[in-house]
Write a protein that binds this ligand. Structure first.
Ligand SMILES: C[S@@+](CC[C@H](N)C(=O)[O-])C[C@H]1O[C@@H](n2cnc3c(N)ncnc32)[C@H](O)[C@@H]1O
Length: 301
């Protein structure tokens, strides 16, 4: 596990081992175990009990840097089922979807669980993440990755197998929805049922064609407003005693982020809803009602 905040490396901790060329490997410390890297091997027992951030020598004499893995290390280096959302976008999603302590968040699909870990941290002890995944092998991979990083964070996660487009329709009072799937426009009817007024829907979309489809679908849906699109470019620099300059190769593109807000009911409609119980007035905003429908059964989330 890696949510251990102690200054000393312990049995079970995930660590990142870097060699002098900057190559990084993720390992889990196991009493009695051995770590194999390009420059040789190191006994786990020689690291357990050392301070976090330690230099060790391999049996061949190469010097290695050892730190406990932070969240960005772990998500980048952990085993993957599906392609992950990288730390630069995960960080922006937490901010741009306004994931706050105590929030109820729906996520789909969970994939490898990389974004999930950032969401779980941001919702805090009183928040919850309900994640949906179509494929069982990805759900298993994500569950293992989240538990492996932190059993404490895993307690805030509920992972269900299923199609989020159908499952959202059964939910209500959700604060935030974050989607990393090909066709988020299909989730709009469900998201409109699930989100509370003012809630945020955010989608991570690799191509501008998907962005175009999604923004148009949002603009066609009265229940959502204020669609916005951003892209995050990160330019890492090399910083050593000789060089202080941008890296020659950077990631040119990962994905666009699109967000929209769930609109609240207009005041006249709110009054009618409160007098009509679970029925909703259809086709009426300020004037005459044209029909009534029963709302589908919803589960509070
Ligand atoms: C790119 S991966 C998600 C990666 C994840 N965000 C991460 O950071 O590890 C997309 C996932 O969405 C799942 N998926 C696609 N359509 C879905 C749907 N309608 N409902 C639930 N999951 C879905 C896929 O099986 C896949 O695992």
């Amino acid at each position: 596990m890696s949510d251990n905040q102690s200054a000393v490396l312990e049995d079970g901790d995930w660590i990142v081992v870097s060699d002098r060329r900057g190559r990084e490997n993720l390992f889990q410390l196991r009493a009695g175990g051995k770590l194999h890297v390009t420059g040789g091997s190191v006994e786990c027992d020689d690291l357990i009990g050392c301070e976090d951030g330690t230099r060790v020598r391999t049996k061949k004499g190469d010097v290695l840097l050892v730190f406990r893995a932070i969240l960005a290390d772990y998500t980048t280096l952990m085993p993957r089922g599906a392609q992950i959302i990288t730390p630069k976008d995960a960080a922006m999603i937490v901010q741009w979807a306004d994931i706050y302590p105590g929030a109820s968040v729906v996520e789909a699909g969970i994939g490898s669980g990389a974004l999930t870990l950032s969401l779980l941290r941001a919702v805090g002890e009183d928040g919850r993440v309900l994640a949906f995944e179509l494929r069982e092998e990805f759900a298993n991979c994500a569950r293992k990755n989240v538990l492996g990083f932190s059993p404490k964070l895993a307690e805030r996660l509920e992972l269900r197998l299923g199609d989020v487009h159908d499952e959202l329709r059964k939910l209500s009072a959700v604060d935030r929805i974050v989607l990393d799937l090909q066709d988020p426009w299909l989730a709009l009817p469900g998201a409109s049922a699930a989100l509370r007024a003012g809630g945020i829907l955010l989608a991570y979309l690799p191509t501008i064609r998907q962005v175009d489809n999604f923004v148009n679908a949002i603009l066609d849906t009265a229940e959502f407003g204020q669609p916005e699109v951003i892209e995050t470019i990160l330019r890492p620099w090399i910083a050593d005693r000789v060089r202080l300059r941008p890296e020659s190769r950077i990631t040119g593109h990962t994905a666009f982020l699109v967000r929209a807000r769930r609109m609240g009911a207009p005041p006249s409609r709110r009054m009618r809803e409160s007098t009509l119980g679970s029925s909703v007035v259809v086709g009426d905003v300020e004037g005459e009602a044209v029909g009534l429908v029963e709302t589908p059964e919803t589960a509070d989330f």
